[in-house]
Ligand binder design. Structure first.
Ligand SMILES: Nc1nc2c(ncn2[C@@H]2O[C@H](COP(=O)(O)OP(=O)(O)OP(=O)(O)O)[C@@H](O)[C@H]2O)c(=O)[nH]1
Ligand SMILES: [Mg+2]
Ligand SMILES: [Zn+2]
Length: 306
């Protein structure tokens, strides 16, 4: 029978079957999807075929083709990749200007991956109640930057938000919540449901970082739509990017690049580079360009080839 993977614990999967029941399923050790080397061959959001054996155990025997998925490498050097979720309509990247600090490199690497896999991304800036004047100014700048590139942004305080404030954003869609540990993904989820669906954690006093409270990805159903809460992630290693396609995943760099003198301009040291010009005039943000270079360097050195 067919079902939808709604929770993944590493050793087993909870699958919501088409008849509405939830069953615990296993996969064979050698189960692999062709062409993707990942630590988790099956991800939350996958539609699967389940077989029940005579001893009552349930086995995932097939995965339906994915509409899309979000995949990352845990560190820049790791070979194994991890699929955050499959078949999502949008990604809500939860970020915080402080407590903890989300880096622009992290944001841009994540957004580049969303571009590569053609998933709509929105940026939700959380914990605005904790920000100083300076940090609020920084927040405004970041929002203006990402809005100008074409990403919808939002600023909230998940500890005081009402479900009705958020639901229009999530209605009728399957949304992946992602971001660093401690940014408030689970708090946002609970706020959206108006009750405690999952545990939230403290921020460590010493480092102002999250404590990796959520350890498994899980899908929660709204009346119309679904939210996938995921464990917080540190780095965002991008995968499978060819050097000459990295600029495709930075919208404003790609657009400016049409005016470069050379068609194959990498926007690093070529003459007549329109991207360089726009950095000088301030039309392209240096933070974005640095993120672009960081992925370009990885691609050049082949670090992410699997
Ligand atoms: N002041 C304030 N605290 C918040 C806000 N949102 C979340 N927090 C707090 O931040 C801490 C971490 O929140 P979580 O929701 O557990 O963070 P998470 O992103 O799910 O973290 P992981 O599961 O570790 O990835 C908790 O103590 C929350 O109460 C907010 O808007 N304002
Ligand atoms: Mg959490
Ligand atoms: Zn150029």
């Amino acid at each position: 029978m067919r079902g939808l993977v709604i929770k993944s614990t590493g050793s087993c999967y909870i699958v919501r079957m088409d008849d509405g029941t939830n069953v615990e399923c296993h996969i064979k050790g050698n189960f692999r999807i062709r062409g993707i080397r990942s630590t988790n061959p099956v991800a939350v959001g996958d539609f699967v075929e389940v077989q029940t054996l005579a001893d009552g155990t349930n086995w995932i025997i097939e995965i339906e083709d994915r509409k899309n998925y979000i995949i990352r490498k845990s560190t820049n050097l790791s070979k194994e990749s991890h699929i955050l979720a499959a078949n999502v309509d949008q990604v809500a990247l939860i970020v915080t200007v402080n407590h903890p600090v989300t880096s622009t490199t992290f944001i841009d690497r994540f957004l580049a991956t969303c571009e590569a896999y053609r998933v709509r991304a929105i940026l939700i800036f959380n914990k605005i109640d904790l920000l100083t004047e300076d940090e609020l100014a920084q927040l405004a700048e970041l929002r203006a930057l990402y809005e100008s590139i074409g990403y919808p942004t939002l600023e909230i305080s998940a500890i005081s938000i009402q479900p009705s404030d958020l639901s229009p954003l999530f209605e009728g869609k399957t949304t992946l919540l992602s971001g660093n540990s401690g940014v408030g993904k689970s708090t946002l989820l609970n706020a959206l449901f108006g009750k405690e669906m999952t545990r939230t954690g403290k921020i460590s006093d010493a480092h102002d970082k999250g404590m990796h409270t959520t350890t498994f990805s899980e899908m929660y159903f709204l009346e119309d739509g679904a939210i996938i809460d995921t464990p917080g992630i540190k780095g965002f290693g991008t995968i499978d990017f060819q050097k000459d396609e990295v600029s495709h995943y930075f919208r404003e760099i790609f657009a400016a690049g049409r005016d470069c003198r050379f068609g194959n301009c990498t926007h690093t040291n070529e003459p007549g580079c329109a991207v360089q010009d726009k950095i000088i005039t301030g039309d392209i943000a240096i933070s974005r360009y640095e993120s672009y270079l960081s992925i370009l360097n990885d691609a050049t050195e082949g670090k992410y080839r699997g």
